[in-house]
Design a protein around this ligand. Structure first.
Ligand SMILES: [Zn+2]
Length: 384
């Protein structure tokens, strides 16, 4: 009996999500069209819609015109409900405000302090500013993407080798200062959520997101579910050693994939060639290569080669349908795509099928979109 109740609830949640996503992607849409497109019964559609309207997630829009019969009322998502998205990266932090459709309304960037207490205080100031600026809108919650791992049990940051904030409670001070719920997730996992929620990849049940920045992160969707693993630590392919005698990694080990395939690695390759400790950013390196600097191009090619080498682990271990790449490198995809692809193709197992390699559609906001999805999924249950 209990199982039956549970399964009815699961079905209802799934139907609710289907309806909500149809309204989100096809609005304005009538109930009759919702029933037709979803294949659900009209009574089921109506009761879900009533609930969504009561919760003010959905609003009545214009009234349609038909040659005869009742005029349909179109439905749309309520864009007066907004979410604060925060993307903490080792060098820079972004605070943005977006509506439930994932449209960004404002954003603010600041350098990330190495002192976690100072960084969180600045973050609170920025969040407060963006909430104040959103007059008349209902702020639904705060989503935060982290360059590391957050333990939901201890509510603390447990592993962030490139951030070096140590074991620190980010959530409590932000929750106390704003009175809002704060959802936190590893950056690569947030990108998985963004792909499912906003890129309409929910027909794809097996894909991996690889985030390439100061480090390398991976988020895994397997059989339609986000893989968390013990202590939420699944997906740390970036810290699997490719060469045990390689350079020391932020995690304390040597020769990890990320010390060879990250943005930092390319900058290191470049400074080795030009014999100077160049104080430049990864985007600088990309543009130098585009302006004909062959040493910059060589450094990027070396990074691409290693990205491909490491990716074999993912293909052999998880056999994903696609691998989505997130990061500044997607802006120069012609340099990276073919090299990575060739590396992966060389090692496809007999009977295996190489995954589709896709650069994330890059406005640099995949992580931020993930933080919005993180808050939305608490309400709509993407995975549960
Ligand atoms: Zn490592």
């Amino acid at each position: 009996m209990i199982t039956q109740v549970a399964s009815t609830e699961v079905v209802r949640d799934i139907n609710r999500r289907i309806i909500l996503n149809l309204i989100r992607t096809r609005h304005p849409i009538s109930r009759a069209d919702l029933a037709r497109v979803s294949g659900l019964q009209r009574s089921t559609v109506s009761s879900i819609v009533e609930q969504l309207i009561a919760e003010r997630w959905v609003l009545y829009g214009a009234t349609g015109r038909l040659p005869r019969g009742r005029r349909p009322t179109f439905l749309r998502l309520n864009d007066e409900r907004v979410i604060v998205g925060v993307d903490i990266r080792p060098i820079q932090t972004t605070v943005a405000l977006a509506d439930a459709n994932g449209q960004f309304i404002s954003h603010e960037m600041m350098p990330t302090s190495t002192d976690p207490e100072l960084a969180v205080n600045r973050l609170i100031e920025s969040i407060t500013r963006s909430i104040r600026a959103s007059t008349g809108k209902k702020v639904e919650g705060i989503g935060i993407s982290l360059p590391g791992r957050f333990s939901p049990e201890s509510e603390r940051l447990v592993f962030a080798p490139n951030l070096r904030w140590g074991d620190f409670d980010i959530r409590t001070p932000i929750r106390n200062a704003t009175g809002l719920e704060v959802e936190m997730e590893n950056a690569a996992n947030a990108c998985v959520l963004a792909a499912v929620w906003f890129d309409r990849l929910d027909d794809s049940k097996n894909f991996v997101v690889v985030t390439v920045s100061e480090g390398i992160g991976t988020g895994i969707l397997a059989n339609g579910r986000l893989v968390q693993g013990l202590n939420g630590m699944a997906g740390e392919f970036g810290h699997v050693p490719l060469e045990p005698d390689g350079p020391v990694c932020g995690c304390g080990s040597r020769g990890c994939w990320e010390v060879f395939g990250s943005n930092r690695a390319a900058l290191r390759y470049y400074s080795e060639e030009v014999n100077e400790a160049a104080q430049m950013s990864f985007p600088d390196l990309l543009s130098r290569a585009d302006h004909g600097d062959v040493r910059a191009a060589r450094a990027l090619a070396r990074m691409a080669h290693y990205l491909g080498r490491g990716r074999r682990m993912i293909v052999a271990g998880l056999a994903p349908e696609r691998i989505i790449v997130v990061g500044d490198l997607t802006r120069s995809w012609h340099r990276f795509g073919p090299v990575i692809e060739a590396e992966v193709q060389r090692q496809v197992l007999p009977g295996g099928c190489p995954p589709k390699l896709v650069p994330a559609h890059e406005d640099g906001r995949a992580r931020l979109r993930g933080t919005i999805a993180l808050v939305l999924q608490k309400h709509f249950g993407v995975f549960d």
